[in-house]
Design a protein around this ligand. Structure first.
Ligand code: KG4
Ligand code: ZN
Length: 359
């Protein structure tokens, strides 16, 4: 099945053309064309994503990326040989989502092709289907960690999701970005915090044993449920910076490391708790979303998975950790395989900023 997919939920404009065949558990995914324009540099001066600027940029970028993607795939831009168009309908910034949806619907009319809505978080989950060595086994548990989400999802089967834990305030990626901002680092701060933290581990390998060492709280780590909270951790960093009044590089590195250790500890503890509650029912642990690129997190996940020999840990290919259109095409393939009527559904697609899985 040939799918042209479009992603505009946040600050990345992306289009890809995929040819996907085979079983859901291990599809054969050929990327015929793939393009992406990041607006990160533009939003950096606002310290976060500015919705109306994102919308304007998506509008400008989409026709350019479409042309490039079709050229890369050697498709005729007047009459491409595709089966459908997939577009992110939510969650995300509504003005940004509408840009992609309007563009997709117009193309659908022009080419006479169906347009299929995709949930962005399902995109992150199924990004792990790309380049699989062995079939993806269900049921699975997914830890979704991005700039807008921190969720634990019980995936009973393809298309059957239950959110069993979520953040009550900030998303973990958002906390990384806010702490980076406090340290004077540009948006998005996650990769920069991670690099500083790695530096601290190299320079001060025994930091925890030093007399002046400090650590940050692990909010809700012992709570009975699977929910998260990161805003208290962020505030603890703010107070530390205010009280110490140090701006030297070594201090920044240690703050980054202590913050990262605290955030990762909570993610791992809640994932462990969820895995324990399912016994041997869960076959796969999927970790996806932008923060899944974090080295400390992936190292700790590897360690965690040794305690659960019946599960296989799946993280996306590096190319697919942050937002992209390939994952949207893959999630569309999953949706269509489960519900082929989607290709005949003419209901206009609506942007939904708070779209949840299973809705
Ligand atoms: O999934 P994504 O690209 O966009 C959303 O759907 O939100 O995730 C972006 C988030 C940002 O908050 C960014 O700082 C974070 O992922 N991120 C990281 C790393 N790389 C990206 N956070 C921690 N460590 C990283 N290496
Ligand atoms: Zn995302």
């Amino acid at each position: 099945m040939k799918i042209l997919s479009i992603e505009t939920s946040c600050d990345e404009t992306a289009i890809s053309l995929l040819d996907i065949t085979g079983p859901l558990e291990k599809p054969d995914i050929k990327v015929l064309g793939n393009t992406l324009l990041s607006q990160v540099a533009l939003h950096a001066e606002y310290g976060g994503v500015y919705p109306n600027l994102a919308k304007r940029e998506h509008e400008k970028n989409l026709p350019i990326l479409l042309e490039q993607t079709l050229q890369e795939a050697r498709e005729d831009s007047e009459n491409p040989q595709i089966d459908c168009i997939a577009v992110t309908a939510g969650p995300g910034l509504e003005p940004a989502l509408w840009t992609g949806i309007t563009f997709a619907e117009e193309l659908g009319k022009k080419w006479g092709k169906p347009v299929v809505p995709v949930n962005h978080m399902a995109g992150h989950i199924f990004s792990v289907l790309y380049n699989l060595d062995k079939p993806l086994q269900m049921p699975a548990l997914a830890l979704l960690v991005s700039g807008g989400h921190t969720e634990l999802v019980h995936i009973k089967d393809f298309g059957n999701y239950e959110i069993i834990g979520r953040t009550l305030d900030d998303a973990v990626g958002e906390a990384f970005d806010k702490v980076a901002r406090m340290l004077g680092l540009p948006y998005p701060g996650g990769p920069k915090i991670s690099a500083l933290a790695e530096e601290a581990r190299r320079n001060n390998p025994n930091y925890e044993k030093l007399p002046r060492s400090f650590s940050f709280p692990r909010p809700m780590i012992n709570s009975k449920n699977l929910n998260f909270s990161f805003s208290g951790l962020k505030t603890a960093v703010l107070y530390k910076l205010r009280d110490e009044k140090r701006t030297d590089e070594e201090f920044k590195e240690i703050v980054a490391k202590e913050f990262e250790d605290a955030a990762v500890d909570v993610l791992i503890a809640k994932t462990r708790k969820a895995l324990e509650s399912f016994g041997t029912d869960i076959k796969t642990l999927i970790v996806a979303g932008g923060v899944s690129a974090n080295i400390k997190l992936s190292n700790e996940l590897e360690k965690l998975s040794t305690d659960f020999p019946h599960i296989t840990l799946r993280l996306p290919d590096k190319l697919l950790t942050t937002d992209n259109a390939i994952m949207i095409g893959i999630a569309a393939f999953v949706n269509i395989s489960l519900e082929p009527e989607l290709l005949r559904d003419q209901t206009p697609i609506k942007a939904s900023g708070n779209l949840t899985l299973n809705s």
